[in-house]
Design a protein around this ligand. Sequence first.
Ligand code: SF4
Length: 316
Amino acid sequence: MQSRLTPGQTRWGEKRYHSLDWFLRNRFGEKVYRIALNGGMTCPNRDGHIGTGGCIFCSAMGSGDFAGDVLLPIRTQLENGKKELQSKRPVQSYIAYFQAFTNTYAPVEYLEKIFTEALGDPDVKALSVATRPDCLGDDVVGLLGRLNSIRPVWVELGLQTIHPATAQMIRRGYDLPVFDCAVRRLRRAGIDVIVHVILFLPGETEEDMLKTIDYLNRCDIQGIKLQLLHVLRGTDLADVYEREPFHVPDQDEYIRTLARCVSHLRPDIVIHRLTGDGPKDLLIAPLWTGAKRTVLNRFHQYMKENDIWQGKEYHG
Ligand code: SF4
């Protein structure tokens, strides 16, 4: 007997959401793997330009705990990343992912050098650059636009939340209009924008999180990374958590809220991440996130059991 297909299933294979895997296979005709690189930059929220402490949740590695060795040239970091991936599976196509710290926080000449070095590798199918919306001068956007005509360039912006009180609490260091403006300028340059959102930031309700999703639905963005807040050793967030433990969801609560967020999300937005995979040796809470595969399996099962798909509750 043939089972009933939901709109999500007909659109995205067996997944009920617009997965990165589905998107990459359609765009490049094969599975493409990310190699995390370290361009050796810092962050204005750490070096005193905007702040010194950084975002409250940010680890000493600038949220790039799996990125390559900063002491090595980009070409070598890429080769090392390839070797590691190839030792596990047959792989031939990659995304050069500049992950650690703020990857446009340097003179444009330097950025051109490292990004061109990455794109010089014919196996690199796309360049992905994680940065802050307040670190995108016209010269940088111009460079990214030019590189985008060679190979696709994606920019990842760490928004985390649209709510000003939470943004202040996490010390994000810029206001929402700065994000809006960066999205518009990147889109004018033809660059795809991926937005990082953190779920269960202290003090935020599920309705607050859904408001962030609804806001992003109205922005011209192409991808999203959803991530549960991780309390990592050595961060200021860890001190806050120790002094005054805030609510951290268990796996069932996270999956319920995540499913609601996905059901509200515009269907064309590609989901790059559904849960975090922070460094296990630094993770203080929630410890259950360490078993990422289990969390994802449980999420897929929950979506199926409750007949939920991406965009089910999105009404334009
Ligand atoms: S902007 Fe990114 S690198 Fe800078 S402090 Fe915040 S999370 Fe860390």
